[in-house]
Design a protein around this ligand. Sequence first.
Ligand SMILES: Cc1cc2nc3c(=O)[nH]c(=O)nc-3n(C[C@H](O)[C@H](O)[C@H](O)COP(=O)(O)O)c2cc1C
Length: 420
Amino acid sequence: MSQPKLPAPGPGRSRQTQIFVDGLGGARPLVPVDPGRLEKAVRRKLDAPAYAYLAGGAGTERTMRANLDAFADVKLLPRRLRGSASRDLSVDLFGHSYPAPVLLAPLGVLELAHAQADLAVGRAAASLSVPFVFSSQASEPMEQVASIMGDAPRWFQLYWGTDEEVTRSFVRRAGACGAQAIVLTLDTTLLGWRPRDLDLGNLPFLRGQGLAQYLTDLHFRSRLDSVQLPAATPRPSPALLRTAASLAAHGRKFGLSLGQMRAAAAHFTASYTRPDLQWDDLSRLRGWTDLPILLKGVLHPDDAREAARRGMDGIVVSNHGGRQIDGEVGSLTALPRVVEAAGELPVLLDSGIRSGPDVAKALALGARAVLLGRPYAYGLALAGEAGVTEVIRNVVAEFDLTLGLLGAHSARELGPEFLA
Ligand SMILES: Cc1cc2nc3c(=O)[nH]c(=O)nc-3n(C[C@H](O)[C@H](O)[C@H](O)COP(=O)(O)O)c2cc1C
C-alpha cells in the first residue's frame, strides 16, 4: 500500500530540526535565537557609540517600549483540526511575489555594526529572496549593493533633502539599480532628540559614516568645492584627530580629499532633510518615477486617506523604531485605523517586529507585510552576512510555525478572526 505523500516540512520545521540536529553535536545557533539575548550579545560586542546609535531611541524611549508593549497586548486565537500541514507564506506586492511577508527595513550607517555593512545584508537578503530596502543613509552605494544581489528584490528608501537635484538623482539611480519601489520616509524631517547619542556627542554622519549614497552622487559631489568651511583648529585634540582620520578613510574609499569630506559632512548636514515638505510636493516625486511610491511613517488615519487621494501606492505604518518623538503612539496600536482609512492601498508595518508571532499579529490587524529592523542589524553585528541570514530565517521559521499552529494555511488568510 502506498503511503500518503507528506507535505514538505516548511521553513519553520526545517529550521527547527536543523538547530536541534546540530545541537546533538554540541553546536549552537550562530546568533542567539531569543531576541532579548540577541540584543544583549550586541551590547557586549560593539563599542558604546555604535551600540547607542543602533539600539537607542528618542527621549526616555517610551515609544520604543510602546512598540513592544503593543505587540504584547495583542493576543492570537488559534483554531484546531484545520489540517494546516503546509503553509503558503508568500505575499504579492505591486506586481511582485515575495516568499514571505517580511522585508528588511532601511537602516542607515550599518558600518557601525560590521565592516561589510550593506554588502553583507544584500547578500543575505538575496540568498533568501527577501526584499532589502536600501537606505538613503547607507554605508555602501546602492549600485554596488544591487550588483552583488543579482536579480534579488530591492526597494529604495528616500530622504527628501533641500538639494532637490540630489533627491531626484537618488530616485533616478534607484530606478537604474532595479528598485521595485520607492519608500519616502516622512517622519525624519528633523532628527529626533536621542539622549544616548547626545550623551556621547556622537552623530556618525559628521565622521563621514552613512554617506555612501551622497558621496557617490555626481550632483552632491559637484557642490563640495563651494562649501564654506571654518578654519581648521591649529592644535587639534586626539578626538578631533580621530574624526579627521575617519573622514579621511571615507574620503579614500570614495575618491575625495579630507577637505572635500569636511565639505561633504557640512553640506549633508545642511541639506539632508526638508522640514517644510508638504503634500503638494509629492506630485513632483510622482513625476520623477513610475515606480510605486510608499509613504513611511504614517500613523494618523487622515494621512492615510490623503496618501490615497494623492495617488500614492502604499503606506508603511512606522514610528522609526521609537527614534523620533518620545511618547508617540506604538506602531501596531496605530495600524488598524490606518488600514481602515487606506482603503485599497497596501499597508506595511514596522517598529517592534521581533518574532514570527509579531508578523502574524501585524497581518491579522491588516498589514500586508512587515519590515524587520534592528534584529537584522544585530545579526550583522554578531556574525556578518551569516548572522543576518540566521535572524531572517528564524523570524520566518517562527512565522511559519505560528501559521501552522494557528490553523492557517497561508499568510493571506490572517485576519481578525485569529485574534482574541
Ligand atoms: C540604526 C537605525 C537606522 C535607521 N535608519 C533609517 C534610515 O536610514 N531610513 C529610514 O527610513 N528609517 C531608518 N530607520 C528606521 C527603520 O527603517 C525602522 O523604521 C525601524 O528600525 C523599526 O523599528 P525596530 O527596528 O525597533 O523594529 C533606522 C532605524 C535604526 C534602528
